[in-house]
Design a protein around this ligand. Structure first.
Ligand code: BTN
Length: 228
């Protein structure tokens, strides 16, 4: 079961860091680390992840016995986060695994670990009661509260764990179908460091298909930006 045992910190540097340390020391599959506040929260691409104390779900879970059946784990995790947000808010996934509501990011996912040793730490930050964001994020970030759903991080966490339990070992075809039904970029103009084009869904490995003036490209890693 994902979520047991659980270690909760009022303040820590990064739940991913704490979970990696526990995984290194042999902690079991499913071990959960949560925090009210992080002093060094990490995002993808070397970015920082910040959230006011008590306003977000900040969690990292240790996953063991990972193999090729889990190749779509980043996508499966995003589908689980969407489900935990509730269907009323119509959450979508922005490739590869940001969760958006109303074209603003409500949650991010950072997977770190040692694939060669068969374990990973799945870190999720989900903004729940955040009322406002710093100016540089105001147009691109949101929270469940700002989207109109009043709840608390403590109330969302069990739903998120239940959704992760459903999706982490789900069949790839099911993950792809659920992800594709929530694709925020399909048909939208996007740019990335190597070019620009129109997003055209994902292939069966989770790569982003993009139509360009010269044909098609598939992006396997990195990130794209929506041309608004
Ligand atoms: C991203 O979108 O860039 C990923 C953000 C991931 C943030 C979460 S918060 C809990 C966990 N601990 C971290 O240091 N990062 C992840």
């Amino acid at each position: 079961m994902i979520g047991t045992p659980r270690v909760h910190h009022r303040v820590t540097d990064s739940t991913n860091e704490r979970a990696k340390e526990l995984a290194d020391a042999g902690a079991l599959h499913g071990t959960l680390v949560t925090a009210d506040e992080q002093e060094a929260g990490r995002g993808r691409q070397g970015r920082v992840w910040t959230a006011p104390a008590g306003s977000a779900v900040l969690m990292s879970v240790i996953l063991r016995d990972l193999d090729e059946r889990h190749a779509l784990l980043p996508l499966a995790a995003a589908v689980a986060v969407c489900e935990a947000c509730g269907s009323d808010l119509a959450p979508q996934v922005k490739w590869p695994n940001d969760v958006w509501i109303d074209r603003r990011k409500v949650a991010g996912i950072l997977i770190e670990g040692r694939p060669q040793e068969g374990w990973a730490v799945l870190g999720i930050g989900l903004n729940v009661t955040t009322d406002s964001f710093p100016p540089e994020l105001a147009d691109i970030a949101t929270s469940l509260r700002l989207a109109g759903h009043e709840t608390t991080p403590a109330a969302v966490l069990p739903d998120l764990l239940a959704a992760l339990n459903r999706w982490i070992d789900a069949r790839p075809e099911a993950v792809l179908k659920a992800w594709r039904s929530r694709d925020a970029l399909r048909g939208k103009r996007v740019r990335w460091p190597g070019g620009r084009g129109t997003a055209d869904g994902i292939d069966d490995s989770g790569g982003l298909l993009v139509r360009t003036d010269d044909g098609h490209v598939t992006l396997d890693a990195g990130e794209v930006h929506l041309l608004r």
